[in-house]
Ligand binder design. Structure first.
Ligand SMILES: Nc1ncnc2c1ncn2[C@@H]1O[C@H](COP(=O)(O)OP(=O)(O)O)[C@@H](O)[C@H]1O
Ligand SMILES: Nc1ccn([C@@H]2O[C@H](COP(=O)(O)O)[C@@H](O)[C@H]2O)c(=O)n1
Length: 208
């Protein structure tokens, strides 16, 4: 099998990374694609109390185990299966279960800080950045975190002001310059998705 095509998708929290990835997936053969969420590589915090876990800056690159992720990408590129960690936003910790991932033709890496690590950038064939203004991202995050991540209005606001917003401007947004394609998520972007899918098919040699 040809080595997998690696696609890295960055962008601020709630900018629409997952949504854009779904749009790309809709145009590819699902059996050929695997998604790896950078969130699943947050460091294990089993030894910390819930109070201490809440204080962690989850928007700083040091909160993620990139050494493990890089070794997993290397493994997939060599044709080996990996056991991907899984993450629980309600407990703020890694789950006990891992997820077996077999090498696939296309591997999509997704996360706010995925383009901060030069090793991951170098391993990626296509780098994308999903862009959306801060206000809209905050509103979407507030709704999502309450509905899906067990948060309160106050906790989302505190976290946003203390870490999410400043880290976005310090660590996330500057990685936009590494992107091959910037996708605005406040406007139709079906042409951008079509171009990305064509490029993936070209790399896979399926564009004839
Ligand atoms: N273009 C859009 N219009 C309206 N809602 C959107 C759009 N894109 C994403 N959303 C919603 O915004 C929230 C965050 O989007 P998501 O794709 O999960 O962001 P991310 O993966 O970047 O955190 C989700 O509830 C999603 O349904
Ligand atoms: N325990 C955690 C871990 C991470 N976060 C936040 O998740 C955001 C990244 O996920 P997106 O789906 O929004 O891209 C990031 O901004 C972290 O603040 C968290 O709240 N709790």
């Amino acid at each position: 099998m040809r080595k997998p095509v690696i696609i890295a998708v960055a962008g601020g929290s709630a900018s629409g990374k997952t949504t854009v990835v779904k749009e790309i997936l809709d145009k590819l053969d699902l059996k050929d694609v695997e998604i790896i969420k950078h969130d699943d590589y947050y460091l294990d915090q089993t030894n910390l109390s819930m109070d201490d876990r809440i204080k962690i800056n989850y928007d700083h690159p040091s909160s993620l185990d990139n050494d493990l992720l890089v070794s997993h990408i290397d493994g997939l590129l060599k044709g080996h299966a990996i056991d991907c960690p899984t993450y629980n936003f309600v407990t703020n910790n890694r789950s006990a279960e891992t997820r077996r991932i077999e090498p696939k033709k296309v591997i999509i890496l997704e996360g706010i800080l995925i383009l901060t690590d030069s090793r991951i950038r170098e391993l990626s064939d296509i780098k994308l950045y999903v862009e959306l203004d801060d206000d809209t991202r905050f509103i979407r995050r507030l709704q999502r975190d309450i509905a899906e991540r067990g948060r309160t209005v106050e906790s989302v606001i505190d976290q946003y002001l203390n870490t999410v917003k400043p880290m976005h401007h310090k660590h996330v947004k500057p990685t936009k310059r590494f992107a091959d394609v910037i996708i605005p998520n406040d406007y139709k972007h079906s042409v951008a998705v079509d171009i990305i899918v064509s490029k993936i098919k070209m790399i896979l040699g399926e564009d004839k």
